[in-house]
Design a protein around this ligand. Structure first.
Ligand SMILES: [Zn+2]
Ligand SMILES: [Zn+2]
Length: 227
């Protein structure tokens, strides 16, 4: 069904190379995606020898309990994310959701799936929340409730993309709240890209304040630190 929809929307051509494709991407472009190596820190999904908790997380534990990321935020993952986020290519969402689903561990039961919220101004101007579009097929596949309004933005923040890394933490501090109690719940927070993790850390703090027992991040792409 989704495949048919995709070929209808993309006319049977690969979104990246315009060659013949039965899905959004042809098999060659799909195989070339910058999938992350398996040895990642289970907490923040940055490369870590042996797949152990990395030094950064040991020195200063994030408030989320774990992170799963499918791709490195490099070409052409950035092209796909941008097209979904800024150009309204909504048919890319099921593809990004599938890449993330492929990466989730076998034990991945959660009580609910929560997309990172957009500010209401941005939601109005864009018309959709790309993170919610990615979260929807994931929640459906796992038969978990999709909670679109559980995590709220208390205030508008400058887009993290426009800020230097050093200012991102301060920009989002206290920016989120949970609209309901999630006492004892295991919550998965879905986003397109994780860069410094500052936004996801604040969201995890808000959900834990509302009683969540466990908060894990499921992100399509992970920005690797410079250098
Ligand atoms: Zn292709
Ligand atoms: Zn880490």
């Amino acid at each position: 069904m989704l495949k048919n929809l995709a070929s209808l929307l993309f006319g049977g051509t690969c979104f990246l190379c315009r060659g013949a494709a039965r899905d959004v991407l042809c098999a060659a472009c799909d195989a070339d995606l910058p999938r992350l190596a398996p040895q990642l820190c289970p907490r923040c999904a940055l490369p870590s020898p042996g797949g152990t908790v990395c030094g950064r997380c040991l020195a200063r534990a994030p408030r989320y309990d774990g992170t799963v990321a499918a791709l490195a935020y490099a070409f052409p993952a950035d092209t796909l994310v941008h097209a979904l986020k800024f150009r309204g290519e909504l048919a890319l969402a099921p593809l990004l959701a599938r890449l993330l689903l492929e990466r989730l561990p076998p034990l991945r039961a959660v009580d609910c799936v929560v997309p990172v919220p957009l500010s209401s101004t941005r939601l109005r101007s864009r018309g959709y929340n790309h993170a919610a579009e990615i979260a929807r097929p994931i929640a459906a596949a796992l038969r978990a409730p999709l909670e679109l309004s559980l995590c709220e933005r208390r205030r508008d923040t400058a887009p993290q993309l426009e800020l230097p890394w050093s200012e991102r933490e301060r920009n989002v501090r206290g920016a989120f709240a949970s609209s309901a109690s999630v006492a004892g719940a295991s919550v998965a927070v879905v986003d397109d890209v994780m860069t410094t993790g500052a936004t996801l850390d604040e969201i995890a703090a808000a959900l834990k304040e509302a009683g969540a027992a466990r908060v894990v991040n499921w992100v399509v792409a992970r920005t690797l630190p410079p250098g």
